[in-house]
Design a protein around this ligand. Sequence first.
Ligand code: FAD
Length: 464
Amino acid sequence: MTYDLTVIGSGPGGYIAAIRASQLGMKVALIEKYSTLGGTCLNVGCIPSKALLDSSELYHQAVHRFSDHGLEVETPKIDFGKMIGRKGEVVKQTTDGIAFLMKKNKIDVLQGFGSFVDKNTIKIEGEESKIINTKNTVIATGSKPVMLPFIEFDKKRVITSTEALELKEIPKHLIVIGGGVIGLELGSVYARLGAEVTVVEYADALIPTMDVSLGKEMQKVLKKEGFKFNLKTKVESVKVEGEEVVVKATDKKGKEIEIKGDYCLVSIGRRPYTDKLNFEAIGGKMDERGRIDVNDHLETSVEGVYAIGDVVKGAMLAHKAEEEGVYVAERMNGQKPHINYKLIPGVVYTWPEVASVGYTEQELKESKRAYKAGSFPFRASGRARASMDIDGLVKVLADKETDEILGMHIIGPRAADMISEGVVAMEFRASAEDISRMSHAHPTYSEAIKEACLAATDDRALNM
Ligand code: FAD
């Protein structure tokens, strides 16, 4: 039998491409080398990290915030094994859900390692190896953590996010190399559970790709939680000495520093994963950063072969991979889908959460676009005061002439959910005034978005 479509990799890019293609009447095979479906996101990424972030936030609230609400409890004991077990159960339910969806959509799941024989023939090496024929292929093989040669990576004391989600004990002192999303999220988990956390970051700001105001505010808030930060610091070596990890680095003044901890999380980025795929042997081109080279329609240099998600250019995010999965399936079926890459939101699930969409203030300055900014602090929000989540702000950037919203940047409670308002507004090319004339339920955190839009339109915020 010849499949209409074979998808290699079952992460959010791959499994969504498979479902959409099946909805459109294609006969689809999905190849996954691991025994569970869902890829990085469901197994060792988005879902397990959020499960541990939620558990650790509850503990943190009980220890540090319950008494503010007049709730006196004895300090809760942490059963870390149970916490990790609950995370595992959440992952299992979610990955089982994907297996169910594959059955429901009549997609053949083939377990094993997929590689190209030629553009229409794929070899699957697993318990039962086989060869299948296919008219089209989507490569959705995702990414793996980046490691550096001078880091002694033993997966026990010097770990990546994968091991950080499966530790047997709470670190006493966790050194985090890389102050990006993954480092701050997993650092937060362990800081809340009582670990000392030291972040070493090469750039001069946290979450450097987001609007600069967010990184600054984030640093203030996490400092209050006990995080220590070494920005503009270059790691020179990471060595394991018994039960200790020793990190040597050069700080911003050029001075050599040494940091000792019991665990070191290396979260300096992820690299596209195409190992042993044999893609280049069939004429596939890679780009200058080792990603699969695709055109604007996500077509590779090999006819009938598409690539999506972390393995191609763009943000390494699950929802970006999903959009691309739908895109390629629809395009193969003669539709004309569209993705607005500028409106893929970015989120950090610390508390407060950070969420951002559209242009940052730095980008607007660099492109010399005339803009105006309006912001509103959560301390001025009644809803935020009620829950005592007063750290953070909403910042809205709008075109100076037309008032069209160009960017929305939030650090605050439930920012991850609230950013959808910015995405919808910008997708429909709303002006700041449009949002400021729409009724927002009171009291809600989202009123801060309306107020920031009012602030951007002639400084008209009402509650500040
Ligand atoms: P992946 O999810 O990486 O899936 C690729 C799959 O392909 C894997 O299952 C792999 O085993 C399989 N595979 C690879 N090669 C082969 C082969 N040759 N044969 C068969 N199978 C193969 N993103 C968010 O949007 N929100 C978050 O909150 C978030 N949190 C994260 C937290 C952590 C700790 C990490 C590490 C990542 C997080 N991400 C998050 C990023 C997100 O996980 C990725 O962007 C997303 O998983 C990419 O999807 P994908 O389909 O491209 O690839």
